[in-house]
Structure formats: structure tokens, C-alpha cells
Design a protein around this ligand. Structure first.
Ligand code: SF4
Ligand code: SF4
Length: 128
């Protein structure tokens, strides 16, 4: 689904085509200042997104959806489901996936940039 998220630097918006796998990758890049190397070296192995942060490899779709829900609930909203439901951070990459059911209210129609795919490659090749 095409959504708007913040560009590297966090000030401008860009349209990207995200699914749950890519949304987690994007969120992890946001978390560590858009550094693929830092995401690869993330030491927060208790973070619910940790196993999915590379955006690569085989992933269990149900477990991944649960991890996003858990991250929103426990990490971001101190265990308050109502806060997740009422989240206003529409440019957070996880917004559309914060419930098990996809929230299409943030879907947009602009052409999508493929920026975070470069992030995948950079992970393999080092930060650049
Ligand atoms: S796994 Fe968690 S702590 Fe690590 S980069 Fe992703 S969101 Fe941040
Ligand atoms: S979608 Fe909302 S609740 Fe979930 S991580 Fe982003 S800001 Fe937090």
C-alpha cells in the first residue's frame, strides 16, 4: 500500500509502497537515523521488531503482524490499546499496520519512491 512517511532527516515526506515487511524496515531506519549499518548492528534484541529489522529472509506473517502490534502497544503506548487505536502519527511507517487489520485511511495515490530498497542493499554493502 502506498503511504507517506518521513524522508531521511525527518523533515520532508515521501511516498513509499510499504507492506508489513517493508514498514518494519522503514521504522527501524527511522529509529536509528536512517543508518542501515546501525540497524544491522542494533543491540536491542528485546525489541519486538528486532527479528524483522533487515527486511530480508523468510518471515512468519502472523508472528510479524503480532510483533508490530506488540511494538505499538508495549514500546510506544505503554500497554494502552486505546492509545494505539487513537494514534495520530499517520506518517509512522507502522501506522497502517498497528492493528491486525490494515488501516487504509492513510493510503495515497502518488508515485512511490523506492528509497528503502536502497536501504536493503546498503545493509549488505555497508553504510553509504
Ligand atoms: S529492532 Fe527496535 S530498537 Fe532496533 S532498530 Fe528496529 S525499532 Fe529500533
Ligand atoms: S503507529 Fe503509532 S503507536 Fe505504532 S509505533 Fe507508530 S506512532 Fe507508535
Amino acid at each position: 500500500m502506498k503511504v507517506q512517511v518521513y524522508k531521511k532527516g525527518g523533515f520532508e515526506l515521501v511516498t513509499k509502497e510499504l507492506n508489513r515487511r517493508k514498514a518494519i524496515r522503514e521504522r527501524c531506519l527511522n529509529c536509528l537515523n536512517w543508518s542501515p549499518k546501525a540497524v544491522a548492528q542494533c543491540f536491542a534484541n528485546k525489541c519486538q521488531l528486532y527479528p524483522y529489522r533487515s527486511g530480508q529472509g523468510k518471515q512468519d506473517a502472523a508472528a510479524r503482524a503480532k510483533a508490530i502490534r506488540g511494538y505499538c502497544l508495549d514500546f510506544c503506548c505503554v500497554g494502552q490499546p486505546y492509545e494505539v487505536q487513537k494514534c495520530v502519527s499517520r506518517y509512522c511507517p507502522l501506522f497502517a499496520y498497528r492493528h491486525y487489520k490494515t488501516d487504509r485511511s492513510v493510503e495515497c495515490t502518488q508515485d512511490a519512491e523506492k528509497g528503502h530498497i536502497r536501504g536493503y542493499e546498503a545493509t549488505a554493502m555497508g553504510d553509504r
